[in-house]
Design a protein around this ligand. Structure first.
Ligand SMILES: CC(=O)[C@@H](O)[C@H](O)COP(=O)(O)O
Ligand SMILES: NCC(=O)COP(=O)(O)O
Length: 246
């Protein structure tokens, strides 16, 4: 994502589900690249796109066009496979976020087990870093996973907020503390913390208020709201909520 001031919090807009709507009919519209350009104009600091193994939404051509046309950084979400590594090394996006993936899942269900996959992940993290692709690991707010990211040499972790978004009351408060503690531990180890998954207008503020977090990646909710209010206004509103939280 773009270089920002010391305390700023960047917004990465995930456009996966523009492609979900497009693929529902196999048409050329709505175009995820057009959505990305509109989000950029509305204040997004970067664009996130998840090229899944089953191409259920974002396609290889979407990644090629985003790589060629985006005026702001592209964060490619990818599974830890040789196929996705080759695609990432071909396009060399600004950033690549390694996420867990199961074909049968409806959406990402949790964080990557970086601690349990060191030997599998290490050569991928190294190859991406050597290609000047900023590597992020999508992980649970778990000290073991932060330590694994440090051991792997990943400069960024993206903390999974899905559980926080699903919980309520004291359980949600406890998960928020876990996320805040993980962000602080990441910074203590020289790793830049990001966060994402399931964030909405109603739950983003406490996550945005965690001072160590430098970037939020938000998609499904924004694309849904855009159906009613338009993409630019909802990006601006999320941007404003994030700014107010700081
Ligand atoms: C890793 C994560 O939480 C999302 O960025 C991911 O893209 C979710 O997958 P879908 O977009 O397919 O729901
Ligand atoms: N990594 C999180 C992301 O890119 C968007 O997740 P969501 O807002 O679509 O749940």
């Amino acid at each position: 994502m773009s270089v920002s001031t010391a305390n700023s919090l960047r917004l990465g807009v995930n456009i996966d589900h523009v492609a979900t709507v497009r693929n529902a009919r196999g048409s050329g519209y709505p175009d995820p690249v057009r959505a990305a350009l509109l989000a950029a104009e509305a204040g997004a600091d970067g664009i996130t796109a998840h090229l899944r193994e089953d191409r259920r939404h974002i396609t290889d051509d979407d990644i090629a066009r985003l790589s060629a046309e985006l005026p702001i950084p592209l964060n490619l979400e990818m599974a830890a496979t040789e196929e996705m590594l080759a695609i990432a090394l071909r396009h060399r996006p600004h950033a690549a976020c390694i996420v867990p993936e199961k074909r049968e899942e409806r959406t990402t269900e949790g964080g990557l087990d970086a601690a349990g996959q060191h030997n599998h992940l290490a050569p991928m993290v190294r190859a991406l870093g050597e290609a000047n692709v900023r590597v992020s690991l999508f992980i649970e707010p778990d000290p073991r996973q932060i330590e694994a990211a440090l051991s792997l040499g990943a400069p960024v972790v993206e903390i999974h907020t899905g559980r926080f978004c699903e919980l309520a009351g004291e359980e949600q408060a406890a998960e928020l503390r876990r996320i805040a503690d993980a962000a602080a531990l990441a910074v203590k180890n020289g790793i830049e913390p990001h966060a994402g998954h399931g964030l909405t207008f109603d739950n983003v503020v406490p996550i945005a208020a965690i001072p160590q977090i430098r970037e939020l990646n938000i998609g499904h909710f924004l694309i849904g709201e855009a159906i009613f209010d338009g993409l630019a206004p909802v990006v601006r509103r999320m941007r404003a909520l994030m700014d107010e939280a700081r």
